[in-house]
Design a protein around this ligand. Sequence first.
Ligand code: ADP
Ligand code: ZN
Length: 721
Amino acid sequence: MYVDVLIETRVKSNDMVFTYKLPASLSSNIIGKRVLVPFSNRIVEGFVLNYGVKKDDYDVKDVIKVVDEEPVLNDELLDLGKFMSEKYLCPLIYAYQAMLPKALKANHKVDGKIKYQTYVSLNDNVNYDDIKIKSQLEIIRLLKEEKEVLKLTIKSKSSLKKLVDQGIVTEFKKEVYRDVFYDDEKKTVTLNSDQQMAVEKIINSFNKEKTILLYGVTGSGKTEVYIDVVRKALKLGKSAIILVPEISLTPQITSRFKSVFKESIAILHSSLSDGQRYDEFRRIIKGEVKVVIGARSAIFAPLKDIGVIIIDEEHSESYKQENNPRYNTLDIATRRSFYHKCPVVLGSATPTIESYARAKKEYYDYIELSKRVNEKPLPKVTIVDMKGEIKKGNNMFSSLLLDKIKDRLEKKEQVMLLLNRRGYSNYLTCQNCGYTFKCPNCDITLTYHKTSGMLRCHYCGYAQNKKDVCPSCGEVAIKQIGIGTERLEENISGVFKNAKVLRMDADTTSKKGAHHKIINEFNNGSYDILVGTQMIAKGLNFPNVTLVGVINADSSLNIPNFRSSERTFSLIDQVTGRAGRVNKEGEAIVQTFNPDHYSIVCASNHDYKTFFAKEMFIRKKLNYPPYCFITLIKISSKDFNYGIGEAKKISEFLKRSLSNTTTVLGPSIANILRINNNYNFQVILKYKKDDKLYKALNELLKIYEGNSKIKVEFDFNPINL
Ligand code: ADP
Ligand code: ZN
């Protein structure tokens, strides 16, 4: 018996498939399993792709060992890998690696340790009438309500210790299978008529390979629609995948799903250890799990008989993988929907222009939830022109925003402030000679982080200590330009001395479990103001937030990209939608230097449709998606002259090889010329349909194969141009 084995090599980008001999006794059910095989003078791991035939011209070696009891890649996934390899021109091995948990990759040790976390609970039959201290009473009240509480979520550790010492409260350890999400999400919800209609429409598409756009304004109750749809799929004996942009940012939707589907759900999130991830993967393969919820890569969950695939917040850029294989989650979902004959549901309050255009053309089915549940109005948004405020000397906060914050603090309501830039100041410059601190490896300024006293490059991670003396002219004249979330936090705390301010951005959430902690602490009212980057804009639901302030609505507008208006609209509409979601009415203040820009005006009116119409007009005029497809050829080299020279040749080659209806733009310098000492160039292809595309790109790959001086990669449907 012979098998063809795809070898996991880590260096070469070319697939290596070789034929090996296997004893007949091991050969049943072998396809998709991992095996150990000799290769040159090493032993390597590989996937069995198919049965093979012995070729006469060389000696066939034996398979040394079969690693898996059950195949890790079933027929569907084996085929899906081939589809990805062809569609994205990536090595097959990369596609399979993207699908499998790390623990299944060669040379990876599985970490199977069980993790524990400390909980506290109230002891039975204890008398706490003598307790008079407020913070201790607060803890007792909480424990009465919640029964078991994660210790780290209790703020006053000294009060807690006193209660433990007095025998009122017990600490105990509990195995954590995964992050503990809050479980106040156990509720019974009766769907309103709009939600029922949406569920009905989706169910009617069960067993059909369809894509459905569910456009529902923020707070329209999309999560409950998803839950009911999944429930119905399970009733039919089917399984379901739910994708969310980033699981640590969406603990609420996750815990809501968990409370409904309990043991039959697997939650794939980034803070699972490799061992836990591997366990979840095996539970899925064994069929113990019927529902999988997770970020992008959960689309590869090896579920059988999928009844529905739901992509929540479908506009999120996290659905595009930014390194090889640069896949688009929707492509994979669509492919799987063909295989399983099931619908793909795209949910969003701010769909991508492409998705909405496809729905309009009836290429997708369309469902609309135009009202918030309980008919709550969408928050009223006021635009403040910062040009006028600057004249009054208000650099960061308009008078209106300050008044409103003061009002909310008095009413004991909560406030969220968005500033889409982390760090303290944007960059440092010398006022005497104009010197700016730049990254030595990248063509980008360093961002000042006050907490750590460092200047950091957000591209390559380079860091150096902050200096007060200009390294160029020696003057003490360094000025901090621009604001980041750290400075916003400091300034708002300075204005409202009694307010408790919490910050959520990449710097405060780098530790495991930190997101959860911040969200929990803000939700339970320990803080008054939450300051953050776009992290706070997505999917969160804080009932007591009645005011949202956007500090600088222009930050995403100024980035040169044909999607910048769309991003701005989406960010503002989403973040203002965090206000007044449950019982209280909400409002939002948007500070901008472009008060008339259509993306800001439309977002403030929560008017997606007008925004869509205006944006489509511009996309048409400038020929951008959805009026064409874009493929980016990314060229990078350590040698500037060589890189630009080859980029020119690539552009010429493509002009010769592609149809004359395809536009070849460039070469041009990428957004940032130098990152990590690599010079980046790009050629942009715009086309509606080009039968010659793949042939030409494959030829390019051949030309540069093995050339270590240059890297040529393709990005289909790029997010950043
Ligand atoms: P969306 O995802 O559309 O922004 P959510 O699903 O987060 O909205 O719902 C907003 C809030 O309304 C949540 O607190 C949710 O529990 C609640 N909700 C949803 N549907 C109903 C319903 N039918 N009745 C009462 N409350 C609901
Ligand atoms: Zn750098």
